[in-house]
Ligand binder design. Structure first.
Ligand SMILES: [Zn+2]
Length: 83
């Protein structure tokens, strides 16, 4: 039992330090984002790329990193959009 918990914690730590996981969205939302941005949001996030073509490998804080998994925007684009 204890061993299983440790493995789950390990997995969670690995996920946060490697490639980000795109948040699940309905296919309609992903299609709309792809139409607006011209790229696939999920594919961009899985390749550590911003949906607007920038590298997305560095974020100011956990909230910005989390926002990236939602919108697919790098720190620079988040700053421009959200101020
Ligand atoms: Zn960007």
């Amino acid at each position: 039992m204890r061993r299983m918990t440790e493995r789950i914690v390990d997995g969670a730590e690995r996920r946060t330090t490697s490639v980000a996981n795109p948040t699940p969205k309905s296919p309609a939302v992903d299609t709309a984002i792809a139409a607006i941005a011209g790229v696939d949001r999920r594919a961009s996030i899985l390749h550590d790329m911003c949906v607007f073509g920038h590298d997305a490998d560095s974020f100011r804080d956990a909230l910005s990193a989390r926002e990236y998994t939602i919108s697919g925007m790098c720190q620079q684009c988040q700053d421009e959009v959200f101020g």
